[in-house]
Design a protein around this ligand. Structure first.
Ligand code: FAD
Length: 294
């Protein structure tokens, strides 16, 4: 089923996973992690592409596994940087054959350390979305990425939101957001996007913080703002793994409860393939979550 159809009738719960590099880890992902996540009845599970040097075939293979073994819909990520129309067609054809109906269309990060221009048939995610709408009309529901604190390359948030509207016009039927730790930032962004004419669902992306180094890495990659409270807690317990995990669990639980109380379109959790932590998190918010995602 198309995720846009699900979003038209309910709030969605979803998890992001990434294809591991090693086969034994992929086996664990398939035989344990996804099964554990299924216990929380997610509406969809998204599978990244390209992160950590994974191959596309792993993304399609895992998306297919979800399609065939889980009640959740798979959302396959697809990047277009350094790609061609024929490569995109190849992937779309494979996904169609597997019955995967949902695509997260992305540009991807520009490759580093390459000399000269990066050759690609598409410049932006919206160019690929326009192509897929034309070539694969109606086969896929497409989603896009959005950035509550602006994309690092965008000159400012307003310009980035103008491009978000272009993505919507190119056929993207909902958005998954970049992670953020300050809900106020997301609410302001949502207001701005709605004022700019973005009408499709915008699902906040939540990254549970479970260790100190990970928080710093996230700030570096995304440039996201960290509330002073969280930073202070983390600094205070820097060397205490258990304490950091407990704080992360409570912080993320509260962040999600606050988003639910503000009636967002859904909750998308960057699981980092850690179903144990997801279990604790979902148990923590189970009463409110049950009512919200029903
Ligand atoms: P675009 O929409 O092309 O935007 C890139 C930049 O160009 C932005 O600054 C934007 O303001 C600007 N822009 C957009 N459209 C236009 C236009 N029409 N004209 C001029 N400027 C424009 N990366 C991976 O490699 N694999 C993944 O699986 C993956 N999953 C992700 C999932 C989510 C939810 C998010 C938020 C990001 C993910 N990323 C992933 C990272 C993403 O690929 C990078 O952030 C990338 O740099 C931008 O991708 P995009 O699709 O937003 O690009």
């Amino acid at each position: 089923m198309k995720i846009s159809e699900i979003l038209a009738r309910k709030k969605t719960l979803s998890f992001e996973i990434f294809p591991p590099k090693r086969e034994d880890e992929t086996f664990t992902l398939i035989s344990e992690t996804i099964k554990n996540m299924d216990a929380w009845s997610p509406d969809f599970i998204s599978v990244t592409y390209g992160a950590l040097g994974n191959t596309l075939s792993n993304t399609t293979r895992i998306a297919r596994h979800i399609r065939e073994n889980s009640k959740a819909e798979p959302l396959a990520h697809l990047t277009c940087v350094a790609s061609t129309t024929s490569k995109v067609d190849e992937v779309c054809s494979e996904l169609k054959e597997y019955g995967v109906e949902n695509l997260l269309t992305l540009r991807g990060d520009m490759p580093r350390n390459t000399e000269g221009p990066v050759l690609s048939d598409f410049r932006h995610a919206s160019d690929m979305a326009r192509y897929i709408t034309w070539k694969w009309n109606g086969v896929f529901a497409m989603a896009g990425a959005c950035y509550p604190e602006k994309h690092p390359e965008a000159p400012n948030l307003s310009t980035d939101i103008e491009y978000m509207k272009i993505k919507q016009d190119a056929g993207m039927e909902f958005f998954n957001s970049q992670l953020f730790f300050d809900n106020e930032v997301f609410y302001h962004f949502l207001l701005k996007a709605r004022k700019a004419g973005v009408t499709v669902p915008i699902i906040p992306g939540i990254m549970p913080v479970t260790n100190y180094a990970q928080l710093d890495r996230m700030i570096q990659i995304t440039g996201c703002n960290v509330p002073l409270k969280l930073r202070n807690y983390f600094d205070r317990y820097k060397d205490d793994k258990e304490a950091i995990e407990e704080i992360g669990l409570i912080f993320t639980s509260y962040q999600i409860l606050d988003l639910i109380a503000n009636d967002v379109d859904g909750i998308h959790i960057y699981s980092m393939n850690k179903s144990g932590f997801i279990n604790k998190l979902m148990q923590n918010i189970s009463y409110v979550a049950d009512k919200f995602f029903r």
